[in-house]
Write a protein that binds this ligand. Structure first.
Ligand SMILES: C[S@@+](CC[C@H](N)C(=O)[O-])C[C@H]1O[C@@H](n2cnc3c(N)ncnc32)[C@H](O)[C@@H]1O
Length: 260
């Protein structure tokens, strides 16, 4: 039976990884019973075989990655194939790459010329980051991290601290943001109902919550609020869709911020 994101098993497995905070990832990183996808909070079926397409999408949005010799910061790279793809790309382009995550995650990533590993939680518990970013960075990738930060910190403070690091012309991608409002919009549509019934092999209708607070979940208000925050601070900011072939494109989206 399929264990993709929308299968019965996939949904059950996803629930196993709900509500993860920074210290949960530290514990999971050293848990030998978990595979590399589970260590970063994804059931295998959500990521296995998809990470090359995810990286291609990141490359298409972060034009700065194509210019040689840039300084790139990845906040929360995790330990699956995705950071490996980024490392290889940065080595080829002669970028300086700074990987910021828990030591337990960083220990699973390879070393290489021009790659700095800095341990800590951004922005409040990573004092060793300062010397690496003192004169700013050209690109920042924060992929599938915002939903975890949202559970334990103020997302506006998080965004402000990221934007403060961007050099003129710099790019910041807050990627793979699960937006529960988007999910509900999709599940309210004919396409969403058909999708739900096919994947869960049911005739029932999906549960769509309206006018209810969903604690700990990112909604349109948060996504739009972050875009407004960035624009108010003098940055350009856009909400971008994910390509349909990405495993969670119907419920996730990306926020791209550029310093003019
Ligand atoms: C869901 S995983 C995503 C990993 C990777 N970006 C990817 O998409 O494959 C979240 C990662 O963010 C890290 N993380 C969570 N909060 C963080 C914070 N405030 N600062 C730095 N890393 C953080 C976790 O340790 C974990 O490695």
């Amino acid at each position: 039976m399929s264990k993709g994101p929308d299968s019965v098993d996939g949904n059950r497995e996803a629930a196993r990884f709900a509500g993860l905070r920074f210290d949960d990832f530290r514990r999971m990183a050293t848990d030998p019973s978990l595979n590399m996808y589970e260590k970063i909070g994804f059931p295998k079926g959500f990521r296995e075989g998809h990470e090359a397409a995810i990286f291609a999408d990141i490359l298409s949005k972060m034009r700065v990655l194509h210019k040689p010799g840039q300084r790139i910061l990845d906040v929360g790279p995790g330990c699956s194939e995705l950071p490996q793809l980024l490392i290889n790309h940065c080595l080829k382009q002669g970028h300086e790459l700074i990987l910021l995550d828990a030591q337990e995650m960083l220990d699973m990533l390879p070393d290489g010329q021009g790659i700095a590993k800095v341990c800590g939680r951004f922005p409040d518990a990573c004092p060793d980051l300062t010397p690496h970013v003192a004169d700013g960075v050209d690109g920042i990738i924060v992929y599938s991290v915002l939903q975890h930060v949202f559970l334990e910190a103020n997302p506006f403070v998080f965004l402000d601290a990221l934007m403060a690091l961007l050099r003129p012309g710099g790019y910041l991608l807050l990627g793979d943001v699960p937006n529960v409002s988007k999910r509900h919009r999709f599940l309210s549509s004919d396409a969403g109902i058909a999708y739900h019934q096919a994947y869960l092999r049911t005739d029932g209708l999906p549960e769509v919550k309206i006018n209810q607070i969903e604690h700990g979940r990112i909604t349109d208000a948060i996504v739009l609020g972050l875009v407004d925050r960035a624009r108010t601070a003098g940055f350009d900011a856009f909400i971008l869709p994910q390509p349909d072939e990405l495993p969670m494109a119907n419920r996730r989206e990306d926020i791209l911020i550029r310093r003019p």
